[in-house]
Design a binder for this molecule. Sequence first.
Ligand SMILES: C[S@@+](CC[C@H](N)C(=O)[O-])C[C@H]1O[C@@H](n2cnc3c(N)ncnc32)[C@H](O)[C@@H]1O
Length: 281
Amino acid sequence: MSINSCGFFTIALVSSITGALLLLLAQKLGCSIRQRRTKAKASGEAPSGGSQNQIDGVNEYGRQLTDRQIRKNEHRQFVGGLWDEIGAQQLDFLKRYGLKSDHLLLDVGCGCLRGGIPCIRYLEAGNYFGLDINASLIKAGQIEIEREGLTGKRPNLMVNDKFEFSRFGRTFNYAIALSVFTHLPMNHVIRCLVEIRKALSPGGRFFATFFEAPSSAHLERVTHMPGDIQTNYDSDPYHYSIEECRMMARAAGVQVSLIGEWGHPRGQKMLSFEVGDVPSS
Ligand SMILES: C[S@@+](CC[C@H](N)C(=O)[O-])C[C@H]1O[C@@H](n2cnc3c(N)ncnc32)[C@H](O)[C@@H]1O
């Protein structure tokens, strides 16, 4: 009995010590698992199985191209094709409006550098800054840079889904968003403009293309010429009236003026944004 009792006691003692140790271990493990979850959330990682990209459902640029697709140059079509024509047109436009090679240029929604490549070639080393939401397009852009022998120009590229231009740590003489607002709803455009307000150097200008609607809250589709592109009020591709553009600029605390027609092959018009008073003409 005593042996049994002793034996039971010993077993009970051993099992209770083991239990306590197991409990401690489990608590420790539980704690470290929670800590890892918290860390992942803080760094902006999406929970597994959830949406990876806040642009999903807004436009198609949440889709990541595979390395094979990039090798086949599919990224050029993904950003709209007309690679040489629209690329050269962006640089020509910026030069016409005063871009010099020693200026700092911010390319908003730079994609795989259709306009970026001619601009990097023109600008002094280190003066080109491109931001895009799509990591695979930035990767394709890096391959385009190497192909063109422009690595020595030290372009700065960033993947970011909140237009956080301040992360570059610089302010810019010029910024451009070509075929970007055409894919964004108003709240995203306003976020971009709020960040642009902080990113421009004194006297700096931001140019953005858009599809023009004939009136505000224009719910019907609009067909744009040349190019025969159909745009929508509340789905991609988006159209805006000039009054809606003014409203978005007002909300963001910037001034906007309409440049309008600038020779875009798909009928996109040009806007100019500035911080401070806009010149009367
Ligand atoms: C039609 S492409 C134009 C790319 C480039 N500007 C050009 O002219 O080739 C639209 C680009 O906008 C980017 N984009 C869309 N939504 C964005 C967002 N919220 N933030 C940053 N980039 C975005 C896409 O990933 C894509 O690269």
